[in-house]
Write a protein of this length. Structure first.
Lengths: 552, 352
């Protein structure tokens, strides 16, 4: 009796101390979460000391355009990616037609091409001096009217072609598990195939479709490279100009905070959709059967998928290859090797850093299944939603502040002149990457971690494995696939990343992405082809990973 | 004899093939108003294909399908599923996860007015005893309840025929037994004509009025459960339906068959001339355990079932039989026990 009371007391004390004294795992998670909270707070605090003169100027000249342009992009790219993504996903996910197996992975290829690369290739192809218009003028004379590619319409087309795979990938998953069963159930209850599609097939896949669409819209809002190539003013280009054109960090911060509000709306929608996906998961375990398309429909499906693939990937890739061959002998030099070295080194360093931290987060989530930890983990991996321009500003400001504080303290206390320790080093970049790409590293490790169940630990302990041996013999081998995926994804994401690198890199320290930005802002499409092709080839690696995991 | 207008479903000589492989061969059957039919067979025997042909999801290679006298399927001529007024319960239920239970049940009732629709939803859900759950979503109720929602959804438009594809296979054993009896009650109360497929003979016996044993795309016997068990047409059906064994024997005069169990006498299912070599179907309940019997057999294996024990026995001539013995008689493998056959009707097959 007294024993059990004492045990209760011990347990209660242990519980309270667990609440009050966070473990090492929770502290690490908290620190990463702080990395996200600090830039966001800094951006909001910028309103305490507003740069009124610049702000006034922005409001009078630019703000309406920015909002209007963003709205155009959201509506245009949203519609475009939904039309492309859903139709292709349904065809390859639930139907059967010639080439279906090849298309089901090939339609992911546009993911390998950074949006800004597709943007400048399209400009090169369809601009007034480009091959398409020149040819058209030769055929139909000078008077022929061609829609201007340098317009909202052009940006929307390019971004829709580059981003539809997000909708496609998620929606195809939903359609694949549904197979023809949803449609058959609807038909047995009196629907025609067409009404069944709209009343059952689409609504059943809605959470996945909406999830993909919000990812697209986040990317659209975050995009910097493509819109600046098209000279299409959005918040991201305005933030860049405020900082590097007007040299006003406060104005950049204020613009960033506006963009953050927009992005947060999408985050809320996305989180909602994710919880819906969990609930609407169908319990079908067997592979669903497909709808066989007959007659002309088979070839129409093949033709449609092929033309999307041609326009979004094959032709642009071919153009890049031709340009590269034209300029290879001039451009491939020591300077290029140096750029490549920077990109590779940066990608590798970031991949190692982020994967290690992601591993810590995944362990923290495994050890502590309480609400606090899971919320901290969610917060720590939320950075994927923050545009690179916003993060660059939000992380640069506090780090520069810290630097200045150190310099001032050193001067007043010890009378020494310190050089800036953090500004202009790759540390700023790495921290920004850490925030932005944490989710890319965390997700594969976390899903691998879910396979290491508590029973596996207990089974290993019964066989005498514990501590470090448990880690090296059981956990690491089981996590290896997830770790490799994480490394690859982060590596490729960092290689392709443009705004953070551009805005926070050490002076004169260029990468492939930065070089592409510089060349394309001068309209040097041909010369930009070599670094772009390199990025494209790197971008193929994660697609191969996705393919291996996706379709049988 | 049944009247012609009573026939709801009539399959005439239907065949279907995938990749030149016949999965349904010249199959015919009829189902009368209010009857519950069942296609019983192992997976891959073509039973689900028959169901899908009737529903209109699959075209026909040969033959016709008639519903209440109207041809709905013939080669090159398939009436779309939506126009057949057939209800279907899918193996995985195929409930719509984005709709509430009431909306799932009301899905097929678009052509009715709002008032009529609400009334029918309530009626259908009350029939399956789930009206209280009508505002929940499918994932919020148990597997057994989902099954009944699927049934209510299929019944709500008052279909002329209800099809069910392995309706109980996703449920655990105890629930399966209870629900199969409940479903029969619901269908009978509603006067529904239904056809379902299963690989589980207990389900078939519990629910169906007529059972078709299917093998390789053919119906081998289309009969009531009593006939299937006691008058199987082929040795395969005899072994497939229920427990039992086939032992060898020779037909003698006066309706007697000489066998390892001694002379057996009774009515025959088929007449065999004297001297024919036959196989005799012996069910476990046909063997009675009596210590003082002249016939003995060796216990090979015992399977304790609570009220009784199922013994696998070997007769002196090497034939094997099963015996169901009250469980207070304890015997171990290797022992010899006395047995006495108790058969009044002999099921014989030619021994080839």
């Amino acid at each position: 009796m007294t024993d059990s009371i004492r045990q209760c007391g011990v347990a209660a004390r242990a519980a309270t101390s667990r609440l009050l004294k966070p473990s090492g795992w929770q502290i690490v998670t908290g620190l990463v979460a702080v990395l996200i909270i600090v830039p966001l707070s800094v951006l909001l605090l910028a309103w305490l000391d507003p740069a009124w003169d610049i702000w006034q100027h922005l409001r009078e000249t630019l703000l309406a355009t920015l909002l209007f342009n963003s709205l155009k992009l959201i509506i245009g790219v949203g519609t475009g990616t939904l039309l492309l993504g859903v139709s292709l996903a349904w065809l390859t996910g639930a139907c059967d037609f010639p080439g279906r197996k090849i298309f089901s992975w090939a339609l992911l290829l546009p993911l390998a091409m950074p949006t800004y690369v597709l943007a400048f290739v399209f400009l090169g192809l369809f601009d007034f001096t480009g091959p398409v218009q020149t040819q058209l003028r030769q055929w139909f004379g000078n008077g022929i009217w061609v829609p201007d590619i340098r317009s909202a319409f052009g940006v929307v087309i390019v971004m829709s072609l580059a981003l539809y795979p997000y909708v496609y990938l998620l929606a195809r998953n939903a359609f694949q598990t549904q197979g023809k069963r949803g449609l058959e159930a609807a038909e047995s209850l009196g629907c025609t195939p067409v009404s069944g599609f709209f009343r059952v097939v689409l609504p059943m896949a809605r959470p996945w479709i909406a999830g993909g669409a919000t990812l697209v819209l986040m990317e659209t809002m975050a995009d910097f490279g493509a819109v600046s190539i098209f000279n299409f003013d959005t918040f991201t280009t305005a933030i860049y100009k405020a900082w590097f054109g007007f040299f006003s960090l406060p104005a950049a911060a204020q613009l960033s905070s506006l963009l953050v509000v927009l992005v947060f709306i999408f985050i809320l929608i996305e989180q909602r959709m994710r919880s819906r996906m969990r609930f609407s998961q169908s319990r079908i375990t067997a592979r669903a059967e497909r709808i066989d398309l007959h007659g002309w429909k088979r070839y129409a499906a093949t033709g449609y998928a092929l033309s999307v693939l041609l326009i979004a990937f094959l032709l642009p890739a071919l153009q890049l290859l031709i340009w590269t061959l034209n300029i290879f002998s001039e451009e491939f030099d020591k300077r290029y090797i140096e750029l490549l070295g920077h990109s590779l080194g940066l990608g590798l360093a970031a991949a190692l850093l982020i994967t290690s931290v992601a591993l810590l987060l995944a362990y923290a989530g495994r050890r502590h299944r309480d609400r606090l930890t899971s919320n901290l983990v969610r917060l720590a991996t939320l950075g994927y939603a923050l545009p690179g321009t916003v993060l660059a500003v939000g992380i640069f400001i506090p780090l520069a502040g810290l630097d200045n504080l150190l310099i001032d303290t050193a001067r007043s206390l010890f009378g020494i002149e310190l050089p800036p320790l953090l500004q202009g080093t790759i540390a700023v970049m790495l921290i920004a990457y850490l925030v932005r790409f944490m989710a890319a590293g965390f997700k594969p490790i976390d899903s691998a971690m879910h396979r290491v169940t508590g029973n596996i630990d207990e089974a290993s302990r019964l066989m005498g494995l514990r501590g470090l041996r448990l880690l090296t013999k059981i956990h690491l081998p089981m996590l290896r696939g997830g770790l490799l995926t994480a490394l690859t994804l982060v590596f490729v994401d960092v290689m392709k990343e443009m705004p953070i690198t551009l805005m926070t890199r050490p002076f004169g320290w260029d990468t492939l992405a930065v070089k592409i930005f510089e060349l394309t802002s001068e309209g040097e499409w041909e010369r930009a082809a070599l670094p772009s092709l390199t990025l494209l080839l790197t971008g193929l690696i994660p697609i191969v990973l996705l393919m291996r995991g996706a379709d049988k | 004899m049944t009247q012609h207008h009573d026939i709801v479903l009539q399959l005439d000589d239907i065949s279907q093939a995938y990749d030149r492989h016949l999965v349904v061969r010249n199959l015919s059957l009829t189902l009368n108003q209010g009857e519950i039919g069942c296609l019983l067979g192992e997976s891959g025997c073509g039973k689900t294909t028959v169901l899908r042909i009737i529903a209109g999801f699959e075209p026909l290679l040969n033959g016709t399908v008639k519903l209440n006298g109207k041809t709905v399927s013939a080669p090159e001529n398939t009436l779309p599923p939506a126009k057949r007024n057939i209800g279907m319960v899918f193996q995985d239920y195929a409930l719509f996860p984005h709709l509430t239970i009431a909306d799932n049940v009301g899905f097929g009732l678009r052509k009715f007015s709002h008032v009529e629709r609400v009334h029918r939803i309530q009626e259908a859900l009350e029939l399956v005893g789930l009206y209280a759950e009508h505002s929940k979503y499918p994932h919020e109720v148990s597997g057994g309840q989902q099954q009944r929602v699927a049934l209510a959804r299929a019944l709500a438009p008052k279909p002329q025929l209800l099809l069910m594809d392995e309706p109980f296979s996703n449920l655990d054993v105890t629930l399966r037994e209870r629900l199969s009896m409940e479903v029969r009650d619901i269908l009978k109360e509603n006067g529904t004509t239904a056809l379902f497929v299963t690989h589980n003979q207990h389900e078939a016996f519990a629910v169906a009025d007529r059972i078709g044993v299917m093998h390789n795309g053919e119906i081998q016997q289309w009969d009531g459960s009593h006939q299937l068990y006691h008058e199987p047409l082929t040795p395969r059906i005899a072994e497939f339906v229920g427990e039992g064994a086939l032992i060898t024997g020779t037909v003698k005069k006066d309706r007697t068959v000489e066998s390892g169990l001694g002379p057996l006498q009774g009515s025959f299912n088929v007449d065999f001339p004297s001297g024919s070599a036959v196989k005799i179907l012996i069910r476990p309940e046909d063997i009675i355990h009596t210590e003082d019997s002249p016939v003995t057999a060796e216990v090979l294996r015992r399977n304790f079932r609570g009220a009784n024990v199922l013994y696998n026995l070997r007769l002196d001539n090497g034939d094997k039989v099963q015996a169901l013995v009250p469980s207070h008689c304890e015997h171990q493998p290797g022992e010899r026990i006395g047995i006495r056959p108790d058969v009044r009707h002999l099921v014989l097959f030619a021994d080839s």
